[in-house]
Design a protein around this ligand. Structure first.
Ligand code: HEC
Length: 182
């Protein structure tokens, strides 16, 4: 090995060591602020959103949605939505619920998302959740049939007024909601 090659290698080695030391000092000094109140810088946010959208598209593309909207399905889905989703995703036309105010990233109002996402995408996200966010994976608590029920309900949200939602809320009994979950 000639002298130039040795110098290059030594410089690279020292550089790598410094990078490792810098990473350790950021991790263990506590300077990184994990508070949910810290906003991501806009370029980072854009990268995270693009990553999420591409990941959901890729993972959902082979999922075949069953026919949705059969007898009683929307109502079964509503019960699940009211019990487990509305506290973060809000009913149509209502402000951000207290539980969701401090989420970072925020939980989107489901009305818009349900228009933009396919049933397969809604199913995949509901089943698997979204890592590093407040969105839980529901596969441990809801069966696939129940997840399709809530997907069928979410698909009706864009056409639902706040008054429609309230009427449904009054009409569909709450008793036994907990038994919706395995
Ligand atoms: C504790 C709060 C919380 C609960 C409860 C919750 N979610 Fe979410 N959900 C989130 C957050 C936060 C996001 C956004 C994550 C992100 O920005 O990547 C999200 C995202 C989603 C998305 C994807 C939207 C998109 O733009 O990609 C779907 C679909 C969804 N949730 C469905 C549901 C369903 C169905 C339920 C109930 C069974 C539910 N969520 C319960 C917090 C919640």
């Amino acid at each position: 090995m000639n002298r130039t090659a040795k110098t290059v290698l030594a410089t690279l080695g020292v550089g790598a060591l410094l990078a490792v030391l810098a990473a350790f000092s950021v991790i263990y000094s506590g300077v990184f602020n994990v508070a949910a109140t810290v906003e991501d810088a806009p370029p980072l946010r854009s990268v995270l959103v693009a990553t999420r959208e591409a990941s959901i598209w890729r993972h959902a593309r082979d999922i075949q949605a069953p026919p949705l909207g059969g007898a009683g399905q929307m109502e079964r889905g509503f019960r699940i939505y009211r019990e487990w989703c509305v506290m973060c995703h809000a009913p149509p036309g209502r402000p951000v619920p207290p539980m969701a105010k401090g989420l970072n990233p925020e939980a989107p109002a489901m009305v818009e998302e349900a228009e933009e996402m396919s049933p397969a995408e809604l199913f995949w996200v509901t089943r698997n959740g979204i890592r590093f966010t407040g969105m839980p994976a529901w596969e441990a608590s809801l069966s696939d049939t129940q997840i399709w029920d809530v997907v069928a309900f979410m698909r009706t949200l864009p056409r639902m007024t706040p008054a429609d939602y309230d009427a449904l809320d009054r009409r569909v009994p709450r008793a036994g909601d907990a038994t919706n979950v395995q």
